[in-house]
Design a protein around this ligand. Structure first.
Ligand SMILES: [Cu+2]
Length: 139
């Protein structure tokens, strides 16, 4: 990681007591749906924690979602919380867990940074900014 020090201060990374968040981005859904999905890797550097919720000026209905395979069809389901195991990580990635931005307050523009407040059970509120990528972006 030391070799990355010059670039590791990007806003899509955040650190909080016991947590190290990296690789975050937000993917705009097609214009008509007024939704977007946020992804990141949340590593625990201490005890287990839980992501309980988030909020962002970009949407009025933030939800935590996962994907389930329902007889071969991928569907999204709301989850009450996302576990970050002690010394482990929670991977929020396309096809799995994600931050769901419902009822976007404005069109997401590729390249802009969207502020997000993550709310953890132990670490409390953690500020992060997620860069908006194209609808098909995978990482
Ligand atoms: Cu979703």
């Amino acid at each position: 990681m030391a070799a990355l020090s010059a670039t590791s201060l990007q806003a899509q990374q955040a650190q909080a007591p016991g947590l190290d968040i990296s690789g975050g981005f937000l993917r705009a859904a097609p214009m008509v749906s007024r939704t977007g999905a946020g992804f990141m890797i949340i590593r625990s550097t201490g005890p287990a924690d839980k992501l309980l919720a988030f909020r962002s000026p970009a949407c009025t209905r933030p939800e935590l979602h996962t994907h389930i395979n329902d007889n071969g069809i991928m569907r999204m389901r709301e989850v009450p919380e996302i576990d970050v195991p002690a010394g482990g990580e929670a991977r929020l990635q396309p096809g799995g867990l994600h931050l769901m931005f419902i009822d976007l307050t404005a069109q997401l523009t590729e390249g802009e940074m969207v502020p997000v407040t993550l709310i953890f059970e132990k670490a409390g509120e953690v500020q992060i900014e997620l860069p908006v990528k194209s609808p098909g972006a995978m990482n």
